[in-house]
Write a protein that binds this ligand. Sequence first.
Ligand SMILES: Cc1cc2nc3c(=O)[nH]c(=O)nc-3n(C[C@H](O)[C@H](O)[C@H](O)COP(=O)(O)O)c2cc1C
Length: 222
Amino acid sequence: MSDKSVIPPSPSQQDYEKSEANPPEDIFAREDPFALFEHWLEDAKKKEPNDPNAVALATADADGAPDVRMVLLKGFDARGFVFYTNTDSIKGLQLGANPNAAMCFHWKSLRRQVRVRGPISQVSAEEADAYFNSRARDSRIGAWASKQSHTLESRFALEKSVAKYAAKFNIGEIPRPENWTGFRLEPHRIEFWRDRAFRLHDRMVFERPQANESWSVSRLYP
Ligand SMILES: Cc1cc2nc3c(=O)[nH]c(=O)nc-3n(C[C@H](O)[C@H](O)[C@H](O)COP(=O)(O)O)c2cc1C
């Protein structure tokens, strides 16, 4: 298979520079990176065909070997970026051993990327309960039924597990499993990137040594 069959042709760079997808320089005109992120996420919600909140989450194990997978961003504010998962999953165990992570958003339709790095911690039980209780009943049952990242003997075994918990929680509330919670990445570095013609992309980076310190802003070569 030639490259041409898998990579669709891009619009010419000159057309792209003039297009609506390439807004003027004030795209970066926000002093607070959270306000800028919110603005970009709102743009993504309008443009992306699905899951504008999908983000690659990188973790490392106790030996420092990296790993990465997609998760859904379920909240963010000045404290950081929140996703939910199973603490006994591979990522959960890695975060237990090495509580640092990175995230990378890529909004293809906007040709923009945001990278975030920093220490990570579990959200409070109250916060996790509130989000868990907002989920569809079947998703709450699924959280009980799935031993995320463990070997599954067959699809049937998963369906049996779902049926078992559906029967167990037949009536009444479904409590949050103890091993299902949220993690908050506290950003110490947030980089905003947008595509420009001839690979002369824009990069704006916000950095701070600690969460209670102010951000320094710089521009990077592409
Ligand atoms: C778009 C997308 C969103 C996902 N969102 C989540 C999520 O929010 N939480 C989660 O645990 N897994 C999510 N997954 C599944 C993970 O990518 C992964 O398969 C799973 O969490 C197990 O990862 P681990 O073995 O590294 O722990 C998502 C997958 C995709 C493709």
